[in-house]
Design a protein around this ligand. Structure first.
Ligand code: NI
Length: 387
């Protein structure tokens, strides 16, 4: 079964929605216009329930099938944009200076709306489907906010599925893997405190610049000497701030950075060792390091059965040879991970062909992918909830 005919018929209308959303990008939880647009469409389609304000500005629509009772599955899209100035020059380019849909969440939202329209028309399934539109994927933890708001329990959602567009993968191809798909993303801040002095009298100082330089290097030994080379760990020190004058050894230096991992045990190890190495290296120079470690999005972990299922659905649309089931994991993070911690499910990538990369100012979602995305959601629902 290729792309569904009705999904192709919907392409023009859904492209209109996508371009409308593209012109009015909103950040993090502040997606009021987008959420209102989504809720209005879901009501117009005749969803049985439309609930707003979940996880601050998230929206859920419930569509009941007409093939009898059954369970409820969740399909999720994200609604937020990025603080980037768009350079596409497209007629539908962002009208908001400094903000743009550079990750294709406008496309994700439009495709799930298209699927909701289709599913509300046909209702050819047993049980219910919950279409989930979340705010704040790009750093705010909107997925976590919706889970903490009790979304899974209040709608009785038993499984969740997510999708992200992927530049560089041929249009309409899919890619997925079981287990760890995307990284956990943590941040840290290290304050190295010493003793200031005139730069001409270093023996009277405890130099935090030198100590912090040793810390930056020593942290890399956690990766290179402490971690199995076949496991993944990235530690990046990305900012260093200290001192104001050529001839003054400052009192302290601040380092910040990020830690990315694909396995919970490597994450625990990295957090523990980062503190130990920073503190001990500072101590070796007579300085003191205070480490603040902040856990961000967890690993996006695809459950085995749901991954097989998602891949089989993708194969129905695009054919076996167009579905890669052993893609390499990505070290980026994704907050659908919180929904996957709450319920079994799977996250899949949909190829959009040779476009600019995600988070690039020249990126624009490829509307040719819309029929594939709608077909995936509809086929997934009708297969998972077959009467
Ligand atoms: Ni994204």
């Amino acid at each position: 079964m290729p792309v569904l005919n009705r999904a192709s018929e919907l392409q023009e209308e859904v492209t209109g929605w996508r371009r409308h959303l593209h012109q009015q990008p909103e950040l993090l939880f502040d997606v009021h216009q987008t959420a209102a647009f989504v809720a209005e469409k879901l009501k117009e389609f005749g969803c049985d329930t439309v609930k707003t304000g979940i996880g601050k500005t998230g929206v859920v629509g419930i569509i009941k099938g007409n093939r009898g009772e059954g369970r409820t599955i969740g399909l999720r899209a994200d609604m937020d944009a990025l603080p980037i100035s768009e350079i596409t020059g497209a007629p539908w380019a962002s009208k908001v200076p400094g903000k743009m849909h550079a990750c294709g969440h406008d496309g994700h939202t439009a495709m799930l709306l298209g699927a909701a329209k289709y599913l509300a028309e046909t209702r050819n399934f047993a049980g219910s489907v919950a279409v989930i539109f979340q705010p704040a994927e790009e750093g705010g933890g909107g997925g976590l906010a919706m889970v903490e708001d009790g979304m899974m329990e209040s709608f009785g959602i038993s499984q969740v599925f997510g999708m992200h567009n992927a530049p560089g993968i041929p249009l309409g191809d899919f890619a997925i893997r079981k287990g760890s798909l995307m990284a956990a993303s943590d941040t840290f801040e290290i304050t190295v405190s010493g003793k200031g002095s005139h730069a001409a009298t270093p023996h009277l100082s405890v130099d935090p610049v030198l100590a912090s330089a040793h810390i930056v290097i020593a942290l890399q030994s956690i990766v290179s000497r402490g971690t199995d080379p076949l496991e993944s760990l990235v530690i990046s020190v990305t900012t260093t701030h200290g001192g104001d004058a050529y001839n003054v050894i400052p009192m302290d230096v601040k380092l910040t950075g990020t830690v990315r991992t694909l396995l919970p045990q490597i994450r625990d190890f990295a957090e523990k060792r980062l503190k130990e190495v920073a503190e001990a290296t500072a101590a070796a120079h007579g300085a003191v390091a205070h480490v603040h470690y902040h856990r961000g999005y967890p690993v996006t972990f695809n459950h085995a059965d749901e991954t097989d299922f998602a891949a089989s659905v993708a194969a129905k649309i695009s054919g076996d040879s167009h579905v890669k089931t052993d893609m390499a994991p990505k070290m980026g993070a994704e907050d659908f991970s919180y929904m996957l911690e709450s319920r079994p499910g799977a996250f899949i990538f949909l190829g959009v062909g040779d476009t600019a990369n995600l988070h690039h100012p020249a990126y624009d979602f490829n509307d040719e992918a819309i029929p594939y995305g709608i077909s995936y959601w509809v086929t997934l629902t009708e297969t998972a909830l077959a009467a």
